[in-house]
Design a protein around this ligand. Structure first.
Ligand SMILES: [Cu+2]
Length: 395
């Protein structure tokens, strides 16, 4: 039986007619050079993805322009916490990269990740309220798939998704004004099943829009951080064969049918920080010092999560990601709603290793959502001391 969904899946792969659903075999049979056609959005009422919105022209020629150099997570681009000068046009360049990414060394899990600038999550953009983000989105001709971008921080045209479609070999430039201070996700949203497919293949990231006069506590006092850590939590749905081994695919998009089957069950094979199990542990642990204040930006474009810093707290929490309201204080665990980013600030008081986890501990320990902070400094015996070593019971 032909369903609309199977027809769209077939159209998406561009290889099968309307005679049935696409199978993984058919997907695997695609030649390397094939270009998948994305189904046009059937659930989103826009007439044409390429149609540019009309309106009165805006003259921004008097504004200064700055280029923001993108860096890979967990790092943040160079930025001022309090804005210097008036609003600017901040130029950002995203090059799409479809790349084979090892998700889990232990069991050979891998995915053809769909990325902005090669990382999962995509780079963190930082601007101030009132600034303009001018994005150049480049989809190289080596890509298999059509992409675009929806900025939750932007206003109109599906967050920019409606005016940013790029086929392989194309680039697009568009601009949006940062009118809401806070942290927000962005993600690819090319229509139909391809929306969740691209998002759970890594095509998401975050923007931080700082208030021009900086972050404040509830008394209006300035809050600043010494370090910023950017974490994107990613749920993956890697398909397995009948023997329980992870399937391998030759090209980006090759896992389309198998992935969708897994995604529909809503049970991720992995939930990881920054693209892979162990990306922020061991040699890749985050480093800090007693007395340093860290700002942690945590984004999850698809699924709820609940970060917790084991052995520490959140001094300040912007849980919904909004900087319009004063932060809440003293949380043990906080919620990041799927499709949002949140921010917390914490000043380390003790040295040692802290685990920063998704405190659904099954997702942390079994699915991968763990990072480590290695903190140097002097131990405070007032805060904690071992009074007797483990030994035989005395009475
Ligand atoms: Cu995409």
């Amino acid at each position: 039986m032909i369903t609309r969904r199977s027809a769209l899946a077939a159209a998406a792969l561009g290889t099968v007619g309307l005679s049935g659903a696409v199978t993984s075999k058919q997907a695997l049979a695609l030649p390397r050079t094939s270009k998948f056609k994305t189904p046009k959005p059937f659930s989103i009422p826009i007439s044409s993805p390429a149609e540019a919105p009309k309106g009165k022209p805006v003259d921004l020629s008097g504004l200064p322009r700055v280029k923001q150099e993108m860096v890979a997570p967990p790092f943040a681009p160079v930025h001022d916490q309090v804005a210097v000068g008036g609003p600017k046009i901040v130029e950002v360049r995203f090059e799409i990269e479809e790349k084979l990414l090892k998700v889990d060394d232990d069991n050979d899990g891998e995915i053809w990740a769909l990325t902005y600038n090669g990382s999962v999550p995509g780079p963190l953009i930082i601007v101030h309220e009132g600034d303009y983000v001018e994005l150049t989105l480049v989809n190289p001709s080596s890509s298999q798939l059509e992409h675009n971008i929806d900025f939750h921080a932007a206003t109109g045209a599906l967050g920019g998704a409606a005016i940013s479609y790029v086929q392989p070999g194309e680039e697009v430039v568009f601009r949006w004004k940062a009118i809401k201070p806070g942290v927000f996700v962005y993600h690819c949203a090319p229509g139909g099943d391809m929306i969740p497919y691209h998002v759970v293949h890594g095509m998401n990231g975050a923007v931080m829009v700082l208030p021009r006069d900086g972050l404040k506590n509830k008394d209006g006092e300035l809050l600043t951080y010494d370090e910023l850590v950017y974490i994107g939590e990613q749920d993956f749905y890697l398909p397995k064969d009948e023997n329980g081994e992870y399937l391998k695919f030759d090209i980006a998009g090759g896992d389309y049918a198998d992935s969708l089957e897994n995604m529909r069950k809503l049970i991720p094979s992995h939930s990881v920080f920054n693209g892979s199990v162990g990306a922020l542990t061991g040699d890749h642990s985050l480093k800090s010092k007693v007395g340093k204040t860290v700002m942690i930006i945590h984004a999850q474009a698809n699924r709820d999560t609940r970060p917790h810093l084991i052995g520490g707290h959140a001094d300040y929490v912007w849980e919904g990601g909004t900087f319009s309201d004063p932060p809440q204080t003293g949380f043990e665990t906080w919620l990041i709603r799927g499709g949002s980013a949140g921010a917390v600030m914490y000043t380390f008081k003790q040295p040692g290793t802290y685990a920063y986890v998704n405190h659904n501990l099954i997702e942390a320990v079994l699915l991968g959502a763990v990072a480590h902070f290695k903190v140097e400094g002097e131990w405070d015996n007032d805060l904690m001391a071992q009074l007797k070593k483990p030994g035989p019971i005395v009475n």
